[in-house]
Design a protein around this ligand. Structure first.
Ligand code: HEC
Length: 168
């Protein structure tokens, strides 16, 4: 019996110590915005992924400025976009959107319409796979047309799922 109540006392002391250790200045830490130190790493990862997608697509468009585009480079960049497009759906776990106060342009619609979001990512994967094939055929006009289709896939997703900076 004595043993039991000693344990209870210890347990009670531990429980009592927890709020004391966490309270800091006594104000609850429930601010609307999350401090940078608490940003889930996946947000940075997906933004890096999109930056790389943007850079790869820019190289493709850069090649199209040339009279003699490097089709092998275009095919390689298309492959890179394709791999990165397949990663997109994995990079949006729940509660990592703009509504949670994070520094992100990810709109709540991503989680409200998950099937549409996945389809928009799959569209980019499809169009980039097509670009890789078409680049292998060596026609600048055909590559240019397919690059337009990719641009449409970016825009199609951004219009629905990414915060438009202009409207902030
Ligand atoms: C399936 C949806 C989807 C597709 C397809 C898509 N994007 Fe995005 N993109 C987003 C979302 C959502 C964000 C915001 C991510 C964040 O801030 O967490 C974003 C952000 C970006 C950013 C900003 C990254 C940063 O934080 O600096 C760039 C650049 C970008 N996208 C380029 C592109 C390009 C180029 C394409 C097409 C080749 C493309 N995206 C296709 C959804 C998409």
């Amino acid at each position: 019996m004595l043993r039991m109540s000693a344990l209870r006392l210890i347990a009670a002391a531990v429980v009592a110590a927890v709020p004391a250790a966490c309270s800091g200045d006594g104000t609850a830490d429930n601010a609307a915005t999350n401090p940078a130190s608490e940003v889930p790493p996946v947000i940075k990862e997906r933004q890096e992924n999109f930056k790389a997608i943007g850079a790869a697509f820019k190289s493709v468009r850069g090649e199209l400025e040339s009279d003699a585009p490097d089709f092998a480079l275009i095919a390689a960049k298309a492959g890179d976009i394709n791999a990165r497009a397949q990663q997109i759906p994995n990079d949006f776990p729940a509660l990592t959107g703009i509504d949670e106060g994070y520094d992100t342009e990810a709109l709540a619609a991503i989680w409200e319409k998950p099937e549409e979001f996945k389809a928009a990512a799959a569209k980019l994967a499809d169009e980039s796979a097509k670009l890789a094939t078409i680049a292998g055929e060596g026609s600048k006009d055909a590559v240019a047309a397919q690059a337009m289709a990719i641009g449409g896939a970016c825009k199609g997703c951004h219009d629905q799922f990414r915060l438009d900076d202009e409207k902030k």
